[in-house]
Ligand binder design. Structure first.
Ligand code: CMP
Length: 167
């Protein structure tokens, strides 16, 4: 129990898969996954073929409140998209960003191969769509809407960071 507690609060090295459990049993059907994807704004304009491609390679997982999904400095291996619940990105001691349904995180390390830039913690129980690093690049190629959403999000973060530097 203590071991699990320390894995959840991030004080021990861990594999994020230890805090993720498959949502609603070991297999979520393709149709159900596609229905879930359609609830996420960035996937609403996608074709059935694109959605099938994402559903094939993405997993739907649950994580309990308090789970550490990414930890600053760790190697990043997964991309996460929040289906239900809220998480907080601890970007610096003074900067916390709340993430909710439709928001994603974990893309930065997969894009540039650098360690995780922030610790992301589940504030409530989360339902997540999880894509591993290798498949992430395939999804970006298959779903340009996701690439556009990523670029818009990264641009917004640069603007906010510049604003706070100049404030
Ligand atoms: P990554 O660096 O892979 O892992 C931590 C994640 O936190 C990061 O990807 C982003 O998805 C997210 N993150 C980092 N900085 C911010 C920020 N300023 N605002 C929102 N999310 C962030």
């Amino acid at each position: 129990m203590e071991l699990i507690g320390r894995m959840l609060d991030g004080s021990l090295p861990y594999d994020v898969k230890a805090v993720l459990r498959p949502s609603e049993g070991p297999t979520v059907g393709q149709d159900e996954k596609i229905e879930r994807l359609l609830e996420v704004p960035i996937f609403q304009g996608c074709s059935r073929r694109q959605l099938r491609a994402v559903a094939r390679i993405a997993g739907v997982f649950d994580a309990p409140a308090g789970a550490v999904l990414t930890r600053v400095g760790d190697v990043g291996r997964e991309f996460f998209l929040i289906l239900d619940g809220t998480a907080r990105a601890e970007v610096s001691p003074r900067k916390r960003v709340r993430l909710g349904p439709g928001d994603f995180f974990g893309e930065m390390s997969l894009l540039d191969g650098q360690p995780r830039s922030a610790t992301v913690v589940a504030e409530t129980p989360l339902r997540l769509l999880v894509i591993n690093g290798r498949n992430f690049h395939y999804v970006l190629a298959e779903v340009p809407e996701l690439t556009r959403a990523l670029l818009a999000t990264l641009s917004r973060r640069v603007r906010l960071a510049e604003k706070s530097l100049n404030a």
